[in-house]
Design a protein around this ligand. Sequence first.
Ligand SMILES: Cc1ncc(C[n+]2csc(CCOP(=O)(O)OP(=O)(O)O)c2C)c(N)n1
Ligand SMILES: *[C@@H]1O[C@H](CO)[C@@H](O)[C@H](O)[C@H]1NC(C)=O
Ligand SMILES: *[C@@H]1O[C@H](CO)[C@@H](O)[C@H](O)[C@H]1NC(C)=O
Ligand SMILES: *[C@@H]1O[C@H](CO)[C@@H](O)[C@H](O)[C@H]1NC(C)=O
Ligand SMILES: *[C@@H]1O[C@H](CO)[C@@H](O)[C@H](O)[C@H]1NC(C)=O
Ligand SMILES: *[C@@H]1O[C@H](CO)[C@@H](O)[C@H](O)[C@H]1NC(C)=O
Ligand SMILES: *[C@@H]1O[C@H](CO)[C@@H](O)[C@H](O)[C@H]1NC(C)=O
Length: 631
Amino acid sequence: NNYAEENDRYHAPDNSTIHELNNIANRIRIKSILSTCESKSGHPTSASSCAEILSVLFFKEMKYKVDVPRDPSSDRFVMSKGHGCPALYAAWVETGHMSMEQLMTLRKFGSVYEGHPTPKIDFIDVATGSLGQGLNLAVGMAYTGKYFDKASYRVFCLMGDGEMAEGAVWEAMAFASYYKLNNTVAIIDVNRLGQSEPTSLGHDTDSYKRRAEAFGWNTIVVDGHSVSDLCKAFHLAKLCTDRPTCIVAKTMKGKNMLGQENLHGFHGKAVAAASKDEILAELEKLVSQSSGIKLVPAKPIDDAPAVNISNITLSSPPNYTKGQKAATRQAYGVALVKLGRNCDRIYSLDGDMKNSTFAQDYKKEFPDRFIECFIAEQNMVGAAIGMATRDRGVVFCSTFAAFLARAYDHIRMGAVSQTNCNFFGSHCGISIGADGPSQMALEDIAMFRAIPGSTVLYPSDIVSMERAVELVANTKGICFIRGTRAATPVVFDNDATFAVGRANVLQQKKGDAVTVIAGGVTLGEALKASTLLEAENISITIIDLFSLKPIDKDTIMSAASATGGRILTVEDHYPEGGLGSAVAEALADETGFKQVQLAVRGMPYSAEPAELLAAFKIDATAIAAAVKKMI
Ligand SMILES: Cc1ncc(C[n+]2csc(CCOP(=O)(O)OP(=O)(O)O)c2C)c(N)n1
Ligand SMILES: *[C@@H]1O[C@H](CO)[C@@H](O)[C@H](O)[C@H]1NC(C)=O
Ligand SMILES: *[C@@H]1O[C@H](CO)[C@@H](O)[C@H](O)[C@H]1NC(C)=O
Ligand SMILES: *[C@@H]1O[C@H](CO)[C@@H](O)[C@H](O)[C@H]1NC(C)=O
Ligand SMILES: *[C@@H]1O[C@H](CO)[C@@H](O)[C@H](O)[C@H]1NC(C)=O
Ligand SMILES: *[C@@H]1O[C@H](CO)[C@@H](O)[C@H](O)[C@H]1NC(C)=O
Ligand SMILES: *[C@@H]1O[C@H](CO)[C@@H](O)[C@H](O)[C@H]1NC(C)=O
């Protein structure tokens, strides 16, 4: 077959190229040692095991523009073993893009060259360092390259053998083969050692091979310190057009580092002053003979299309009738489709929940822009963040809000990656009813509010949900929209306007006793409570908070000031970190306010939604009682 023929026809690089690739690898080692010695911390032995892999990738295999690291047509590189980054930075010094002076600021105050890579550096797309996430990010980039950009760029991901124990890696392995991501090459740096002891498989490269093959990957085992083996393996990877390729590279931790090679006890340690000169001298010897040539990276083919993801609007405004009841999650699906009609770069990912989250509406109208991620939330989130890199698209990720908790580390790292990924979590709170607590998101607001720079919206009806989806499509940073399973009444006019950071005062009149702040199902309960209280001549101000972060402190303060400073918050979420917390934090340094917080206290269980709202005291009756108690 073709593959075998090509294999036979393969021309190895000439001797001077091989020589220079080896020199580059050893210079990467020297630079990694110098920079980590300067910072007195870092991972020189982890850098050393992958030096040849980086040298071959950056000076033989990858196609990219040294001066424009984020060119949309360039190959992508993800260093999943982020702690090995001194080697990656050193490789960029070798390209000429970075200076030695810059490298020597490694890990120092104010330097973008931090202990683990982040996109503060122009050649980094995604942050790594929480192990086992790089491949999730890489497959998202690769999916975009193959199916959306339809471009020739490829994606390379370097992993440590220790991090192969992370389940998220295998979620990505399954995803990549299912979607035939033949533009993806994963390299496992099998250096046998982890941090505190050897990895579970040690140097058993055959087990990695069998596992990768079982997951549907073309797999090649090589000596990871042989630049010619590596060149050939990457050549073979290119020839495999129906599957992703995994290169299992047998390496030595601390390779070529005198007294440290393949030895336990040197992980995450700068070389000691006593051995530094000796180790460097040994490496200098290895690079003392010039190859006589200078290798320059190959240029990419400029075939990634131009993309416009600015000013994304709904193709038509919300069109509902006040009082009509519908679930906000339905409006999520409607709004996504409306955005998709105006912008061909809206992507929807879901984890086998699309007929609950209504992402299925998007799949129906735009099957090519919907990605089923199956029940693998960590990979879904990582892939979504990868898809959004280099501004190739606006990405929405949906599932039950509860299950996003499973991917929280990926979401947290998304913030470090400066991602603009959007999340929709449906079925929040006890109001889902009979399914019971395993399905109820009751900590999701806390989770997303804690992310630096995040936006958290909680629409209470279908009009505001459509606008929320439109808003987050144009909002930078991590955005989260909380959705409700139950049908809630339409309270807003179709032409109502919404903004990130703006609350909506639904009812307010002179003499109101208490300002009630609600969201989602509790807004309807607050409106019912208002009717109950009217019979007793008590009137209340009602605020639909809508934007939990940023929070509309001014509106809250002016409404509450008019109700004697009395505030009642009511939410379908645990008290810690939720809507009530957000209000309390906003007013923490103000005087003259008194807040009572109704929230879900204790572990819920299966029952009818109304029964649960009553039992956990967040229904109209509980609100009315709390208002009376406050006055
Ligand atoms: C999720 C996670 N757990 C633990 C760590 C701490 N840690 C950093 S490096 C490391 C060992 C990594 O071993 P391996 O993947 O084999 O990489 P190597 O340094 O050997 O190349 C550990 C446990 C981490 N960064 N992320
Ligand atoms: C991937 O496979 C397709 C055919 O399915 C082929 O057209 C394309 O060139 C391949 N891409 C890479 C990067 O191998
Ligand atoms: C955004 O798009 C809308 C509708 O497509 C248009 O009316 C408006 O002028 C645009 N605004 C900007 C800033 O481009
Ligand atoms: C991008 O698209 C928006 C919405 O259609 C439009 O308002 C804007 O002018 C476009 N920008 C560019 C640079 O084409
Ligand atoms: C709103 O929907 C009704 C039918 O429900 C339709 O007759 C009307 O044209 C729609 N209005 C807009 C602005 O789309
Ligand atoms: C989702 O689809 C499956 C298969 O059609 C169906 O059995 C299930 O009831 C649906 N779930 C919801 C929530 O609609
Ligand atoms: C309600 O208040 C109005 C005006 O303050 C008063 O006329 C009326 O008697 C009150 N009704 C009750 C039930 O207290």
